[in-house]
Design a protein around this ligand. Structure first.
Ligand SMILES: Cc1ncc(COP(=O)(O)O)c(C=O)c1O
Length: 479
């Protein structure tokens, strides 16, 4: 039985407008050139009003701590609170990035060990922790590709990708000036024949997202590697979907040269919302000297920052990378251990296939095979009822479930991309499947006009994306 959901709905006052006061500038220590000339307008209210304001706002929102959040490709799993607590410890937050190495031996030790743990998980030889996101990892990896070929006097300008690659892959390649060559898939996986036709002396690298955006495991990843290596190219593995394969296999075992991890998907940091992330990059021994500097090294019992890598692409992020995201991942890996991580992959894949089985009779499942951690349904058959994937997503909110990812990947029409993650119980998956079945039986108009039970009704998504109002000042200016 589906429990209907009602989100809190408050009439919110704009605290910034209503409680602002002009603060007089009394003793301004700033140089005249940059000193504020006008008195600043700042909110002035008692603490309890501030707390109430933000608590109410949070009640009108939906997050991983509110309920099921099957946002495909984003791995919105529940993140354990012990890692959050750890990140609030004074020892973790009261560090200064310019502290001398001798005073941060513990921190450097954690980073050093994390480099090694990730290298082992990915089957790589060395790891940099600097990149701040998955896409940043891709850019870093492709800079290494570029530098590697340049060093060998081999100016290659093409990156090949399958049409199931994550969108950031071609975007990263294009940002570095590469020509991207997209090859079509065969039954949802890389078409080796199309790949053979696409490779040439210009091939700098091939980028594979595996499991791919359909949730399918690329079983011919080794053959792909052989084709690219034979042509003198390098292999880049988008390891953002590692939560499906950890402990089972690794990019290294598939002969890939470079990979990135999305710590904020796989290891205990929430993904999304624009918060900090970390996209460490792993490489084979041959490419170690190209890594960004510094990396953390150990000599006898002392940890230090190593800047002397011969072919380094330079620095790509300030200081140590996003330290608190790295600390969360470190604690999570230690707590889970090797068997724990393998179990996470097993449960992520089990949950995904359990839910897939409960839904594939209701909504079309293109490329109907066993999936890894996620699967993609197609709502194209619902058009004859007058409803679209967008309507289903909005209606799910009325039942208390965050909408899955929609209209991605592009190769599936009216895509509905569902990633339950390993943290959910069978009852939750049953509830979600039940809600979806109920929605399909409802009057189309009820679905088309959803959501009905949320604080905010249907928004104009395009306008929201094109004209975001990101601060109260923008709203005031608009008036
Ligand atoms: C498969 C895959 N690759 C790359 C990325 C990009 O990661 P980020 O959003 O951290 O830049 C994501 C993000 O969800 C992803 O799912």
């Amino acid at each position: 039985m589906n429990q209907r959901y009602r989100q809190a709905r408050y009439h919110m006052h704009d605290i910034f407008e209503e409680h602002c006061v002009e603060r007089e500038i009394t003793d301004n220590p700033m140089p005249d050139k940059i000193a504020r000339k006008e008195p600043p307008r700042v909110p002035d209210m008692p603490e309890y009003e501030v707390i109430r304001h933000f608590t109410r706002l949070s009640q009108m929102n939906y997050g991983v701590d509110s309920g099921f959040y099957p946002l495909g490709s984003c791995t919105m799993k529940y993140n354990p609170k012990y890692s959050e607590l750890l990140c609030r410890e004074a020892k973790a937050v009261d560090l200064h990035p310019y502290q001398p190495e001798e005073t941060v031996q513990g921190t450097l030790g954690i980073l050093y060990e994390l480099q090694h743990m990730l290298a082992e998980i990915g089957g790589m030889d060395s790891v940099t922790l600097q990149p701040a996101a998955g896409a940043h990892g891709e850019i870093t990896g492709l800079m290494i590709v570029h530098e590697y070929h340049r060093k060998n006097g081999d100016e290659r300008n093409e990156i090949i990708l399958p049409d199931t690659a994550h969108g950031t892959n071609p975007a990263s390649a294009a940002m570095l000036g590469y020509k991207t060559i997209e090859i079509p898939s065969e039954e949802g996986c890389v078409d080796l024949k199309a790949l053979e036709e696409a490779v040439s002396d210009n091939t700098a690298a091939f980028m594979l997202t595996n499991p791919n955006t359909l949730g399918l495991f690329e079983e011919e990843a080794l053959e792909v590697a052989d084709i690219i290596h034979d042509a003198g190219g390098l292999l880049y593995y988008d390891g953002a979907n590692l939560n499906a394969i950890m402990g089972k296999t690794s990019p290294g075992k598939m002969n890939y040269d470079i990979m990135h991890f999305n710590l904020h998907k796989t290891f205990a940091t929430p993904h999304g919302g624009g918060g900090p992330g970390a996209g460490p990059v792993g490489v084979t021994e041959e490419l170690r000297s190209y890594l960004p500097v510094p990396i953390v090294e150990k000599k006898e019992e002392r940890y230090y920052l190593e800047y002397g890598l011969e072919n380094t692409i330079g620095r790509i992020k300030g200081f140590y990378g996003n330290w608190l995201v790295l600390l969360r991942a470190y604690s999570y890996i230690l707590k889970e251990g090797g068997d724990g991580l393998t179990g996470i992959s097993e449960r992520a894949v089990l949950n995904s296939n359990y839910l897939r089985k409960h839904l594939e009779d209701a909504i079309e499942l293109p490329y109907g095979k066993l999936r890894k951690h996620e699967f993609v349904l197609s709502g194209s058959g619902l058009k004859n009822k007058g409803i679209r994937t967008l309507d289903i997503a909005k209606r799910l909110l009325d039942y208390g479930y965050h909408a899955p990812t929609i209209y991605f990947p592009l190769i599936v029409e009216e895509a509905l991309m569902i990633e339950p993650t390993e943290t959910e119980r069978k009852e939750t998956l049953d509830g979600f499947a039940g809600a979806l079945h109920t929605i399909l039986e409802e009057e189309p108009e009820t679905v088309r006009s959803a959501p009905h039970n949320t604080a905010v009704k249907r928004v104009d998504d395009t306008k929201a994306a094109r004209e975001p109002i990101l601060s109260y000042k923008m709203r005031v200016d608009k008036k």
